[in-house]
Design a protein around this ligand. Structure first.
Ligand code: XMP
Length: 538
């Protein structure tokens, strides 16, 4: 078992980033709600504890507090923002409402030559003080440090911007080392986990495989497992990992609802069936889905029908596999944190049902081998398991597939046209390199490194508009359908910018679609942000 860092979440928007930064430093870490019990804290076995920021004020009585056991464990503790204030208040210091609120960029002066900040700085003042460029956010601030603490950092507005009790190894910052705006954040968190907590860099995906494989084997024994393979990143990586662990005890069910992208079914079957030798049952349920969708135009009704039908088809197939005791799902760590946060206490309460309510009805046990991993870790794991980079770094694709990209009634004829238009758009995005200057500006792309416009966008696709417009081709008048292109850049998919694709690229895509896809004579580009629009059109 490797050493691990316990992160207690006080409700900050960026708590997950703390865990990601710590893991990037090669140390396993997990996020739990702040109100876990003292027993939990004692039994967890943390090499160090980090207290996150949060929206509350410790000055108001009934606000979150740190489980007292945290301060009695004898391990290092790092408080961030609210975490610092709660630490100060509980250890005998004083927090007051600051007259000047501070949000955003700040320059912080380091003090006291602490082990945590020693020789970490962005620049040195003419007087010789080490300075840090940080992301600050506070209304309240610590006015008196608790006994035993000394000053570690300050700004003119926030004289106690950092404090340290080096004997007990308690440290705290008013600013956020976990966000990239704090330039030395990575160095500070790295110093905390490696040198202060004494953790080695032992968390990496290639090594994780053998650990995960052992765990899956121990969990399922000789039982059989079924998994709903969608072709998306999470279910694909879960399938590859479970197959590595138990081989033929895994059967995947791949439901093709007829609303997949061009050649997607073949790609999934080739990849898993042929290349990896995974048992995959390919169910072509196109006719069944199209039948149910006939005449339905309301987006939510369409979603419900597709979801329910998916469950129906999956269940029928699963029912045939008499030996199966487990249902595997590609649930990932952000889903777990989110459910824990929503359900408040406890960490294991609710699982995300990616395939809608299946566990209860099938009476199967749940196997979720990616529950501990962030999306970027899942991708790295996929590559380490031998999945092609192209598949692992694919844009997200919604469960209802093209069903929400064909406006109004879904027809097979429309899906066929849309598939071809979409494939042309994606092919051109992949084939168009992005100039370096643009690459730097387009920091919000999808892949870790951008070499082409596909990687520089987070999601890109074509949308079928069931309206006809007049055109002219050769000598004749045409009266055909319209396709809209959508490409966005986003970090979290909650807000998004439309991608400023080069006009030449858009022109080429438009020409190709109109020339190659008979039935479409007009292409438009969607220049709406989210909000007020959404990423998908339905
Ligand atoms: P919107 O359109 O809400 O999309 O801005 C945000 C992200 O969610 C995806 N999305 C879905 N994914 N089932 C899914 O599995 C759905 O019904 C669904 N609707 C939207 C969308 O592709 C984007 O990544």
């Amino acid at each position: 078992m490797h050493s691990k860092i316990l992160i207690l979440d006080f409700g900050s928007q960026v708590t997950q980033l703390i865990a990601r930064r710590v893991r990037d430093a090669g140390v396993f870490s997990e996020v739990f709600p702040y109100d876990v019990s003292d027993d939990f804290v004692r039994e967890y076995g943390a090499a160090g504890v980090i207290l996150s920021g949060g929206p509350n004020s410790v000055i108001e009585g009934d606000t979150p507090r740190v489980p007292q056991a945290v301060f009695e464990l004898g391990v290092p503790v790092l408080g961030i923002c609210y975490g610092m204030q709660a630490m100060a208040e509980q250890l005998g210091g004083k927090v007051e409402n600051g007259l000047v609120r501070e949000f955003g960029y700040a320059e912080v002066r380091a003090h006291g030559h602490t082990r945590l900040l020693n020789e970490i700085s962005d620049f040195t003042t003419p007087e010789g003080y080490g300075m840090l460029k940080v992301w600050m956010s506070h209304g309240d601030k610590v006015n008196d440090m608790p006994p035993g603490f000394k000053l570690m950092a300050s700004t003119p507005n926030c004289p106690i911007a950092g404090m340290a009790d080096e004997e007990r190894r308690f440290y705290a910052f008013q600013f956020h080392p976990e966000v990239t705006h704090t330039l030395q954040g990575e160095a500070i968190l790295g110093r905390f986990v490696h040198e202060i907590c004494g953790c080695k860099s032992e968390w990496n995906m290639p090594d994780y495989i053998s650990e995960a494989v052992e765990k899956i084997r121990a969990q399922v024994g000789n039982d059989h497992v079924i998994l709903g393979l969608s072709g998306g990143v999470d279910s694909s990586v879960a399938a590859a990992l479970i197959h590595r662990a138990i081989g033929d005890q895994l059967t995947c069910v791949f439901v093709d609802h007829g609303l997949l992208r061009l050649d997607e079914g073949k790609m999934v079957m080739d990849m898993f069936g042929k290349n990896l030798g995974v048992k995959v049952i390919h169910v072509d349920a196109t006719a069944q889905f199209m039948g149910k969708l006939a005449g339905v135009t309301d987006p939510e009704a369409k979603r419900k029908i597709i979801g329910a039908e998916f469950v129906e088809v999956f269940q029928t197939e699963a029912g045939k596999l008499k030996d199966a005791k487990w249902l595997a799902q590609g649930t990932i760590y952000p889903d777990v944190i989110e459910s824990a946060g929503k359900g408040k206490k406890g960490h294991t309460i609710k699982s995300h049902h990616n395939v809608g309510g299946l566990p209860e009805t099938l009476n199967l046990k749940l196997l979720e081998p990616l529950r501990e991993l962030f999306k970027d870790e899942v991708r790295k794991l996929g590559v380490a398991l031998g999945l092609p980079h192209e598949m692992v770094y694919r844009h997200p694709f919604p469960g209802p597939g093209l069903g929400v990209r064909i406006l109004g009634e879904v027809k097979k004829e429309y899906a066929d046209l849309l598939r071809r238009a979409d494939a042309i758009f994606i092919e051109e995005l992949r084939n168009t390199p992005i100039p370096l200057a643009t690459e730097l500006a387009a920091g919000e792309g999808h892949g870790a490194f951008h070499k082409n416009w596909y990687d520089a966008t987070s999601q890109a696709f074509a949308v079928f508009l069931p309206v006809k417009s007049v055109g002219v081709m050769g000598d004749g008048r045409t009266y055909e359908y319209v396709v809209a292109l959508r490409a966005v850049q986003t970090l979290d998919f909650m807000t998004a910018h439309w991608a400023h694709l080069p006009h030449e690229l858009l022109g080429k895509v438009s020409n190709r679609i109109i020339n190659e896809v008979r039935g479409i004579n007009r292409v438009v580009y969607d220049i709406s942000g989210k909000p007020p629009a959404t990423i998908e059109w339905e």
